[in-house]
Design a binder for this molecule. Structure first.
Ligand code: HEM
Length: 452
């Protein structure tokens, strides 16, 4: 394994995941890097990725700096908890996202999806180009805030809500802190840090306000219609979550469910804009499945081609291309070629989807956007090396919700409009903040049908 002194190369502006993957091409699936003074390991080896992710929470944990930054802003919850506390919070979070709750949440998703469709039809009529990522952020912000707290921001319709404009800034600010060379904000607050603190305070006040209403509704025996209510209602064999646990988990859901879910359909729109034939097939399927309106999540289950489009977009542009973990103690772990010794605290960058794009022996046409590959089980990528939602006991509990939102949204939009790339601002590029997202992604739209 070559030893690289690499921070300068990582700081050159190329998305970090692209640099790490390029080094995999050059040095093999596992190599060491130096991030400032810290030695780290990067791996795309499916055996090693699987081993470290599965040995959580006992042998590996999330990086302590990431947990500290999130906890500091009041987001201590299932994403940052470890050990016995994580086991308890994970049960509560998984329950609040299970399929029976998803059915309860569906009317919120359907309503925001219809708003987005109307907004794109209006843009088509006006002949205006649209900023895809900004629109997808408004969409997921509305869905996630509504589902997490019961409050409808309605940013898709452009409601003037000061919290809204600042929530979008939360994620870049947060990524800046995680990637900062040292925690300067604990000593000096820059204007961006003061804005972050103010946004977080406003968000916490909203959650606390909604919390009181949720508790009242649940005390009256109603069925939960959002995470907050689901979290307020205790599990049968568990004591009720404390107020702090509920608040922290709601903020966690907002953080974990917003940026990731907006970038995914944005990348799908980018791919669709270059493939009119795929748009036609998505639209035809949507017409057949959604003709009677948006019945329930089971109807979304029949949108198999639209779902394949999302899977293929995620394969080519995963929004969480890697996650980082660190061993709780010195440990020797299995790799495809033998074993690897890791010292306590060594950051291990696990590349979650590298193999599904670079493994030319298994994916001959790996660079092509071909949703059909997901409809044929024999050619669909296996779980690893393709794990865009993570793996092991801490894999993403929001996976089904995210796929439901993205699939329904793409099908609904393709049914209403055709999409063409509008590359007046130059090529679309990938950047890495909290997640990997597209920049410069604009499209023009043409109305496909009169709305029923
Ligand atoms: C396309 C959208 C999404 C992607 C790609 C994604 C990806 C991920 C990944 C890679 C992880 C880390 C898994 C691991 O450590 O093994 C994760 C964790 C998590 N995600 Fe998602 N996610 C998405 C949407 C969502 C949504 C919509 C929610 C909930 C509203 C959510 C809630 C969470 C939570 C709570 C965790 C922490 C789980 C734990 O530590 O036990 N995610 N997600």
């Amino acid at each position: 394994m070559p030893l690289l002194g690499n921070l300068p190369e990582l700081a050159r502006g190329e998305a970090m995941n692209q640099v790490l993957e390029r080094w995999c091409d050059r040095f093999g699936p596992t190599y060491r890097v130096r991030l400032g003074g810290t030695p780290a390991v990067v791996t795309a080896d499916p055996v090693l990725v699987d081993t470290v992710l599965r040995q959580r929470p006992d042998a590996f944990r999330r990086p302590s700096i990431m947990s500290e930054v999130i906890d500091e802003i009041g987001g201590h919850g299932v994403f940052t908890a470890e050990g016995a506390e994580w086991r308890r919070l994970r049960k509560i979070a998984t329950q609040s996202l299970n399929s029976s709750y998803l059915r309860q949440y569906f009317s919120t998703i359907a309503e925001v999806t219809a708003r987005m469709r109307n907004s794109w039809v209006s843009a088509a009529d006006a002949g205006a180009s649209v900023d895809v990522l900004a629109d997808m952020q408004r969409y997921t912000l509305d869905v996630t805030t509504w589902l997490a707290t019961g409050h409808d921001l309605n940013s898709v319709d452009g409601n003037d809500d000061s919290l809204l404009s600042r929530l979008v800034e939360l994620f870049p600010a947060f990524a800046r802190r995680i990637n900062a060379p040292f925690p300067y904000w604990r000593h000096v607050k820059l204007p961006q840090d003061r804005r972050l603190d103010a946004t977080v305070e406003e968000l916490a006040a909203l959650v606390r306000f909604q919390f009181v209403k949720a508790r009242e509704r649940m005390a009256g025996g109603a069925e939960p219609t959002n995470f907050l209510e689901a979290l307020v209602r205790p599990l049968e064999d568990e004591p009720a979550a404390s107020d702090d646990e509920v608040l922290g988990n709601v903020v966690t859901m907002l953080l974990a469910g917003e940026d990731t879910t907006s970038s995914t359909p944005a990348w799908a729109v980018h791919r669709l804009s270059a493939h009119p034939e795929v748009q036609e097939r998505v639209a035809a399927e949507a017409e057949a499945v959604l003709a009677d309106g948006l019945a329930d999540p089971a109807a979304v289950g029949r949108l198999t081609y639209a779902r394949a489009v999302i899977d293929e977009a995620m394969r080519l542009n995963p929004v969480t291309p890697f996650i980082v973990v660190q061993p709780n103690h010195d440990i020797t772990v299995d790799t495809a070629e033998g074993s690897l010794r890791l010292k306590q605290g060594t950051p291990v960058f696990t590349l979650l989807t590298y193999g599904s794009r670079r493994d030319r022996s298994r994916f001959a046409d790996h660079d092509e956007f071909r949703p059909e590959r997901w409809l044929d089980e024999s050619s669909a990528p296996a779980e690893l090396p393709y794990a865009p939602f993570g793996a092991g006991p801490r894999f993403c509990p929001g996976r089904n919700l995210a796929l439901l939102e993205a699939t329904l949204l793409i099908a609904t939009l393709c049914r209403a409009v055709t999409i063409r790339a509008h590359d007046a601002d130059g090529p679309v590029r990938e950047r890495m903040g909290f997640t990997a997202f597209p920049t410069g992604l604009a499209v023009t739209l043409h109305r496909r049908e009169a709305l029923g």
